[in-house]
Design a protein around this ligand. Structure first.
Ligand SMILES: [Zn+2]
Length: 315
């Protein structure tokens, strides 16, 4: 028996066949047919499952369950409350997709699914209380409490990206001002860099085309000593430190693991981040929480979704 784990984003669908012990056997990545609407995306996911089965000579009947990570809020009974990047609101995904693929379906928030993947076979393995923070377009967070995914009483919790940490020069996609992800994400880094670049000239000016600049390039410029890039990265780390210290002050997890593209910066991010977190801690003498880098990278969502489905299907 195998499982299917699907990570459905507004841009891409990643779907994989996963063993019960969390090994990704094979996967398919396609651009999501977001603009064609909800039903088209469901049909697309079903076709991907059929293609995965065919490619790997697996009978669809031998797939024990499907897990889907959704970029938004989900109810405990399988409804997607809201996923803005997909344009979905109040969609009975478990029911609708279950009818289509004829398999048991389980859904959760995408960052929670990635945390589940890290818990089973990655950086959170063996951890009871841990948090995965993904630094990408936004800031996603998956929270594990007592070895289980925590999503709140109604499925609308665990949105660390929308904790308020200050006032910012632009609004968050959720409509509020001051959300952590507007300070600490790839998008935030690019926006702030451009904001400052437009305002003043760098002292050591390195010619760059700011219209197309990426977070990765800004990280590199900071390493090369570009003043504005350095300032932008410092600001990101300052606010990320506030966010993480808030999480530690409230939840006291064993570990906080960082994933997503920005985490690839390694020590450039982690060393100053540790100091920034320390400065905001309530009990500085007891900085027990380990800060680490996630292991599964882009596979975390697929593996975690499959593992989540496996665990819930066996209940
Ligand atoms: Zn927000």
């Amino acid at each position: 028996m195998v499982l299917v784990g699907i990570d459905v984003g507004g841009t891409q669908i990643k779907a994989g066949l996963v063993t019960r012990d969390g090994r990704l056997i094979s996967h398919i990545i396609e651009n999501t047919k977001t603009k064609l609407g909800y039903k088209a995306v469901l049909e697309q996911m079903n076709e991907i499952i059929l293609a995965l089965a065919k490619e790997n000579l697996v009978d669809v009947k031998d797939i024990s369950a499907v897990g889907i990570g959704v970029p938004g809020t989900t109810s405990p009974d399988g409804v997607v409350y809201f996923a803005n990047n997909l344009g979905w609101e109040n969609k009975a995904l478990v029911n609708d997709f279950g009818k289509l693929c004829q398999l048991p379906v389980f859904i959760e928030n995408d960052a929670s699914m990635a945390a589940m993947g890290e818990l089973m076979v990655g950086s959170l393995k063996g951890v009871k209380n841990g948090i995965l923070i993904t630094l990408g377009t936004g800031l996603g967070s998956g929270i594990l409490l007592d070895g289980k995914i925590f999503s709140g009483s109604h499925g609308i919790g665990r949105q660390a990206g929308h904790m308020k940490v200050g006032e910012n020069f632009y609004e968050c996609t959720c409509g509020a001002n001051g959300c952590l992800e507007t300070f600490a994400s790839a998008t935030a880094l690019v926006k702030y860099y451009k904001h400052i670049k437009n305002k003043q000239q760098a002292t050591k000016d390195i010619q760059v085309n700011t219209a197309e600049i990426t977070a990765k390039e800004i990280m590199k410029l900071a390493r090369l000593g570009d003043a504005i890039a350095e300032k932008s990265v410092e600001r990101l780390i300052h606010y990320l430190g506030i966010g993480i210290a808030n999480l530690i002050n409230i939840l006291d997890p064993e570990i906080i693991s960082l994933g997503g593209g920005l985490a690839k910066a390694g020590d450039q991010l982690m060393i100053p981040l540790r100091e920034s977190v320390y400065n905001q801690l309530y009990d500085k003498k007891r900085f027990f929480t380990r800060l680490s880098i996630a292991k599964l990278e882009n596979d975390a969502g697929m593996i975690g979704s499959a593992m989540f489905a496996c665990e819930n299907n066996n209940k």
